[in-house]
Design a protein around this ligand. Structure first.
Ligand SMILES: NC(=O)c1ccc[n+]([C@@H]2O[C@H](COP(=O)([O-])OP(=O)(O)OC[C@H]3O[C@@H](n4cnc5c(N)ncnc54)[C@H](OP(=O)(O)O)[C@@H]3O)[C@@H](O)[C@H]2O)c1
Length: 253
């Protein structure tokens, strides 16, 4: 497997890169601003005998995306697998305080950027275009299933669009050797959530809404992603998988 991971320098993307390399796969790690972090992941992988490269690109810039795939292929050969993990949140915002620029940026990264990465992958993987097929995992969010926690309706919508898009995309490319799946993590301890989870009361409140009573770790999501990418999931496409500690529960535990 030759795997490209967007947003691969931190959190879920970085854990996925490390795990994939441990299992003998070649990994292209995309980063936007976290160059040093991306290089550290590459160095760690190389130190363990793996093969990886760090490649800059902002997935909200269309030209960056084709450049990213070109650079990944130049370094590692044809990309057979893609994980779209690049994503951003917003500070909690009520709808009456929405800002068009913030919304545009959110959707440009989480939704349109991801869709264009899928486009680029399809152009290269589709057997209809001479490719060898492939697998794509889009990292969505459980937020999509509940409209987000308070103040996160826009983020939730950007991820719900990912789920719906992935279903349609998967049907389109299924006859052409490409599987596409949307993975919905619940609350995971990464840099995206560290400020929220640093407040012990907030953390406890959040954990009381998770059936397993705890937030998840990036490695638990990486494990699910690696399985979806593998041939063990060969008949699975066009669906969403929830990796969410049993899902939401409300009221007293
Ligand atoms: N943590 C959670 O609880 C949780 C739950 C559900 C879903 N998710 C989703 O999981 C994915 C990974 O998030 P994470 O939790 O691992 O947080 P993270 O550590 O913040 O990872 C997100 C990564 O995306 C990169 N990124 C952001 N904008 C980008 C852009 N325009 N182009 C390229 N890369 C970009 C970031 O790098 P730069 O800062 O350098 O841009 C960062 O490395 C996201 O899509 C997130 O929405 C997370």
């Amino acid at each position: 497997m030759t795997l490209l991971i967007t947003g691969g320098a931190s959190g879920i993307g970085a854990e996925t890169a490390r795990l994939a390399a441990q299992r003998g796969h070649k990994v292209a790690i995309n980063y936007r601003s976290r160059e040093a972090r991306a290089r550290k992941v590459v160095a760690d992988i190389a130190a363990n005998g793996g093969q990886a490269v760090a490649l800059p690109a902002d997935v909200s810039h269309e030209a960056d995306i084709s450049g990213l795939f070109d650079a990944a292929e130049q370094a590692l050969g044809p990309i057979s697998h893609l994980v779209n993990s690049a994503g951003i949140g917003t500070s909690p915002t009520r709808v009456e305080d929405f800002d068009a620029g913030v919304l545009a940026r959110l959707f440009a990264v989480n939704t349109v950027g991801l869709m264009l990465c899928c486009r680029e992958a399809a152009r290269r993987m589709s057997t209809r275009r001479g490719g060898k097929g492939g697998v794509i995992v889009n990292v969505s969010s459980m937020a999509a299933t509940i409209g987000g926690r308070p103040g996160a309706s826009a983020y939730a919508a950007s991820k719900a669009a990912v789920d719906s898009f992935t279903m349609g995309f998967a049907k389109e490319v299924a006859p052409e050797g490409i599987r596409a799946v949307s993975l919905r993590p619940g609350m995971i301890e990464t840099e995206m959530t560290e400020r929220t989870l640093a407040d012990r009361e907030v953390r406890a409140a959040i954990e009381s809404t998770i059936a397993m009573g705890r937030v998840g770790q990036a490695q638990e999501i990486a494990n699910a992603i690696l399985w979806l990418l593998s041939d063990e999931a060969s008949f699975i496409s066009g669906v969403t998988l929830d990796a969410s500690g049993g899902g939401f529960v409300f009221g007293k535990r």
